[in-house]
Design a protein around this ligand. Structure first.
Ligand SMILES: C[S@@+](CC[C@H](N)C(=O)[O-])C[C@H]1O[C@@H](n2cnc3c(N)ncnc32)[C@H](O)[C@@H]1O
Length: 257
């Protein structure tokens, strides 16, 4: 009997040789948090209810815990938790004194189940690995974990071209077998938010406020910026432009079953 083929996110998270290198790469952002993570911190601050003294915040796909470390420093009153499907990343979190006491577990975001127990759930650079049906399921699962009025915060590739849904298969040094990236239109995401029990969501395109150096064309592909004539910055990965965008959505009802 042949094994069922792993889906894109399963193949990606199961590639431990990739995660050895990725976990090391993540260390550089511990002392200097990513600009996009600082925006997530701001979005959390905006949405915290003054009446909730110890908000429960779950970082799904937390990797080695850089965002959790930032949140712990900046929001010491919060009750933080994380999960990731990469066992080595979770192991790194558990061995990290900066994250001591934070509950981090190996879990598949698509297998997370209720009851509602978080005020805020974060998907930071995670959803691009999910194909359409998985993405809809993911939003519904996360919706079920949130209290009424809770917030979902996503940072990912969402763009304004209503009719254009892109799936890019990248074969690169880190992903020689290929990994698929989904770039979704905001118009396509909104109905899925509704089905999952969220409002319309607030989509805020993200422009890096700093330059990222060009890494050259021969090695691993990593993000870099190019200046526009108007002084803005476009963020590329190899040959493609990344429409990075923060999304904050409020849970208003139970997900459609
Ligand atoms: C590009 S990394 C982003 C990591 C981190 N959130 C950040 O912003 O630095 C994507 C992360 O999502 C995790 N991931 C992918 N699919 C997942 C799933 N189904 N369940 C849990 N984690 C998943 C990966 O293991 C990886 O750590």
């Amino acid at each position: 009997m042949t094994e069922p083929k792993a889906s894109n996110y399963q193949a990606y998270t199961g590639d431990e040789s990739y995660f050895d290198a990725y976990n090391t790469y993540q260390r550089r952002h511990r002392a200097n948090p990513r600009e996009s993570d600082k925006v997530i911190l701001g979005l959390i601050r905006e949405s915290l209810e003054p009446a909730v003294s110890a908000p429960s915040i779950l970082d799904i796909g937390c990797s080695t815990g850089n965002l959790l470390a930032l949140l712990r420093r900046e929001l010491p009153q919060a009750k933080l938790a994380g999960c990731d499907l990469s066992a080595s990343s979770v192991e790194a979190c558990r061995n990290d004194p900066d994250l001591a006491g934070i509950d981090v577990e190996v879990a598949d975001a698509l297998a997370l189940t209720g009851p509602p127990r978080h005020h805020i759930a974060i998907l930071n650079a995670v959803t691009c690995y999910f194909e359409e049906a998985e993405f809809a399921r993911l939003l519904a699962n996360v919706g079920a974990l949130l209290y009424d009025g809770g917030r979902l915060i996503v940072f990912d590739w969402f763009h304004a071209f209503a009719q254009q849904q892109l799936c890019i298969l990248e074969k690169s040094q880190g992903h020689p077998e290929g990994v698929a990236y989904h770039l979704r239109s905001i118009a396509a995401v909104k109905p899925l938010l509704h089905q999952a029990g969220f409002d319309d969501g607030d989509f805020r395109p993200f422009e890096l406020p700093i330059d990222l150096p060009f890494p050259g064309t021969e090695g691993e592909v990593v993000s870099y910026t190019q200046r526009t004539d108007g002084g803005g910055r476009l963020c590329f990965r190899g040959v493609f432009f990344q429409p990075w965008c923060h999304l904050i959505a409020r849970k208003t009802s139970e997900p459609d079953s």
